[in-house]
Design a protein around this ligand. Sequence first.
Ligand SMILES: NC(=O)c1ccc[n+]([C@@H]2O[C@H](COP(=O)([O-])OP(=O)(O)OC[C@H]3O[C@@H](n4cnc5c(N)ncnc54)[C@H](OP(=O)(O)O)[C@@H]3O)[C@@H](O)[C@H]2O)c1
Length: 300
Amino acid sequence: MSVEILLTGANGQVGWEVERRAATHGVKVRALARNELDISDRAAVKHTIAEHAPKVVINAAAYTAVDKAESEKDLAFAVNRDGAAHVAEACAASGASLIHFSTDYVFDGAKSGPYVETDPVNPVSVYGASKLAGEDAIRTAAPRHIILRTAWVYGVHGHNFVKTMLRLGRERPELRVVDDQRGCPTFAGDLADAALALARRALAGSMTEGGYGTFHCVGSGEVTWCGFTRKIIGLAGTRLGQTPKITAITTADYPTPARRPANSVLDSTKLARVHGLTLRPWPEALAEMLDTVLDGEQHK
Ligand SMILES: NC(=O)c1ccc[n+]([C@@H]2O[C@H](COP(=O)([O-])OP(=O)(O)OC[C@H]3O[C@@H](n4cnc5c(N)ncnc54)[C@H](OP(=O)(O)O)[C@@H]3O)[C@@H](O)[C@H]2O)c1
């Protein structure tokens, strides 16, 4: 049985959006959640990809618990390095193109401007190191790959920073949020649309050699976590039931097990130049996500 696109990690923020948006891109997706395909199981990955013989695999499966990874290194690497390698090997064996997601956390954040794809990597967390190892494994095993490095992902489905701020914004009089880490909030739906547009191109056989490789793919614009929170609370407005005070704090005020880069800003110009794809300004995408989440709640 041959399918167009095989999707792993179908129950994650990005996987969920890929499955739901496939039809609007005119493509068919066979979506597998973790209980249907565990990418850390090499034999299962090999068997499943050989059985379905997809033309494109979108790997949205990953270990994403950034802080927990510091104490679960083996598990993080089993999924993010070995799992990525298994998918890449199986894609190479079956002739499928691979679209994979990586992270801003492959960088150390010391650069003063936005990161481009060729900037030196230097992860400062276990999660970042495991994702970088996954990138390397894919580059080694699968010549026809697209690695989309993304950042600060939030979606309608799953747990994320936006939903946490909405919950805390209802519960607490004050939100204290880190204001010395900058990044690019990225709506999972917009990222899924970009991945599906690329998959469609690969399916059509219209991908040139330069179309493969590593690309940064984040929402347009940049902000700190605190600035992001101000926008979330501002856009939520009266739908929150109260307006909490928002106080800027520093990373030192909010210690976490994993270190995070101070500068996580990614430059997505290459994706625009090579593929004509640009994700919309992050506040626009955020407004749409909030309408879906908050207005959906009102209708329950
Ligand atoms: N979230 C972010 O802010 C962010 C930032 C930069 C890059 N990324 C990257 O973007 C991609 C998508 O992230 P996301 O936000 O959609 O993450 P997510 O919501 O955590 O989804 C990841 C999915 O992978 C599944 N999974 C975990 N281990 C697996 C395994 N061994 N085999 C198969 N599936 C497994 C999880 O299953 P369960 O549902 O059962 O846990 C989950 O459904 C990932 O590559 C991530 O590294 C994310």
